[in-house]
Design a protein around this ligand. Structure first.
Ligand SMILES: Cc1cc2nc3c(=O)[nH]c(=O)nc-3n(C[C@H](O)[C@H](O)[C@H](O)COP(=O)(O)OP(=O)(O)OC[C@H]3O[C@@H](n4cnc5c(N)ncnc54)[C@H](O)[C@@H]3O)c2cc1C
Length: 454
């Protein structure tokens, strides 16, 4: 009662904490400090804002500083927390002032990682992490002549940016150090993704390392790579992110393997009065049974709410995640949940896998497209460990169903007979989920080795 809470970072995680504490305990004085100009932003739709599907940047802001202030939250934007003086119980702000705290909540997110490539600091080379990045990229495309773009990094952000840039009539290529894009998905599925990219004029260049970026002649930039030379007017660096943990380190908080803040199920860090939520911290993976850093918006929202409930005087535990994730590339939906066979093996399971291709809807219906479903299960228990899917329709709904099965710890036998809604425009009587489960079960029972990427 009557305590001061300071939330550092006002993205999905921080804003969720503030809203929840406000709802629970009006006696707590809440201040939310944000280094950037926006708060409560939705970063996930940024590629669609750049591609002009979303026109107005304000549609990416869930709640403005004014709205938060009306509810009694002291919001400071364009203000960075530079340091924390625990002995004095104050946070030191970039405007030279200090604010007292009893409880701290870290929601500092991640920073985009830029490899040390000579020339990577020029105007026209962007990372896409926060809303100002998206505004700057969009502004650059509108202002400058952008005929060619190179996306460095074939992760899911790189994939989403293919669609955004080609929509703006920019000839786009993707290069990656890895042999294929989005390595979380099976090679059979990433082959389909590469074909979809090529159909839309976007080549994927594997095992390609950017060595330097020089000023170009015909185009703004000239990239030298280990395999070829490329021209571009715009470069997007999408090679990875790192948890922002400078303040956590200063506080001496326990950190996990990749530097994310360790928390418990109540979102409390290794210090009693310090909480963390969102991309900057770890989350428990219900399948691998490890604490991991999975930087996703839905997880940040949930962790923020749970932290807020606990700070606000009630009790709630965040049970963890099954790693459900999806993205779209042109006309393809791609989704996954759980773990793949490699992670299953390192987590102590004995994985078996299968991939099936089946009609997403009843085959006799017009426009029946195939959906690919990959399942990973544990040979010794028959439990589902992971699922991946790809296709033009019906992908995310199937992965969400399988995410529930993973959450519930279900086995292939049960999932293979799950009562799922059937009508010809949506599935067949035996849904691809049933078909995949029963195939894998048969393979496991007969001792046949499933199609594994191991
Ligand atoms: C292009 C893109 C697409 C994405 N698509 C999806 C998707 O489809 N689905 C999905 O689930 N997730 C997606 N994500 C991930 C999702 O956006 C993040 O998981 C989410 O934004 C994390 O929220 P957060 O609050 O933890 O961190 P952030 O939103 O990064 O907020 C952290 C904030 O802390 C501030 N900060 C840091 N240090 C300080 C300091 N010292 N003082 C003051 N302020 C500080 C930063 O300025 C920042 O605003 C996407 C991300 C990107 C970049």
């Amino acid at each position: 009662m009557g305590q001061n809470l300071i939330i550092i970072g006002a993205g999905a995680g921080g804003a969720s904490i503030a809203a929840e504490v406000r709802r629970r305990d009006p006696s707590i004085a809440v201040a939310m400090i944000e280094a950037g100009p926006f708060i409560s932003t939705a970063a996930c739709p940024m590629p669609y804002f750049i591609g002009d599907l979303i026109k107005d940047v304000n549609h990416l802001v869930a709640r403005t500083p004014e709205k938060f202030r009306e509810s009694g939250v002291d919001v400071r934007i364009n203000t960075r927390v530079e340091g924390i003086n625990e002995a004095k119980g104050v946070v030191e702000l970039s405007d030279g002032t200090a604010l007292p705290f009893d409880i701290l909540a870290l929601a500092t997110g991640t920073d985009a990682f830029v490899p040390p490539i000579p020339g990577a600091d020029q105007e026209g080379i962007f990372t896409l992490k926060r809303l100002p990045d998206a505004v700057n990229i969009k502004h650059f495309i509108e202002k400058e002549k952008c005929r060619k773009a190179v996306i460095v990094g074939g992760g899911f952000i790189g994939m989403e940016m293919c669609e955004a840039l080609t929509t703006k009539n920019i000839e786009t290529s993707v290069i990656d150090l890895a042999p294929r894009p989005v390595m979380r998905w099976d090679s059979e599925f990433t082959k389909v993704i590469i074909e979809e990219m090529e159909r839309h004029g976007v080549p994927f260049l594997p095992e390609t390392k950017t060595l330097s970026i020089e000023k170009g002649t015909g185009y703004r930039f000239h990239l030298n790579t280990n395999r070829n030379e490329m021209d571009a007017d715009l470069i997007i660096m999408a090679v990875g992110i790192r948890p922002v943990n400078n303040l956590a380190k200063e506080l001496g908080l326990d950190l996990g393997k990749n530097g994310a803040v360790k928390v418990n199920f109540a979102q409390r860090t290794s210090k009693e009065n310090i909480y963390a939520a969102g991309d900057c911290c770890e989350v428990y993976h219900l399948i691998s049974k490890q604490w991991v850093n999975i930087p996703l918006g839905d997880v940040a929202n949930k962790q923020g709410r749970v932290a807020g409930i606990n700070i606000g005087g009630d009790s709630m535990m965040f049970p963890g995640v099954v790693g459900a994730q999806s993205f779209r590339i042109f006309n393809l939906e791609v989704a996954a949940a759980g773990i793949d066979e490699r992670e299953a093996a390192t987590s102590g399971y004995s994985p078996a896998c299968t991939i099936i291709w089946d009609s997403a809807i009843t085959g006799s219906m017009p426009n029946a497209n195939e959906v690919g479903v990959k399942l990973v299960a544990d040979r010794s228990t028959g439990k589902l460990l992971g699922a991946q899917a790809i296709g033009k329709t019906g992908v995310v709904s199937r992965i969400n169903t399988l995410a529930c099965a993973l959450w519930a710890g279900m086995g292939l036998q049960e999932i293979g007979y799950l009562d799922l809604a059937y009508a010809p425009p949506f599935s067949s009587a035996w849904d691809p989920i049933h078909v995949a489960c029963q195939r894998l079960l048969r393979d496991m029972q007969s001792g046949a080795v499933g199609a594994c990427d191991l």
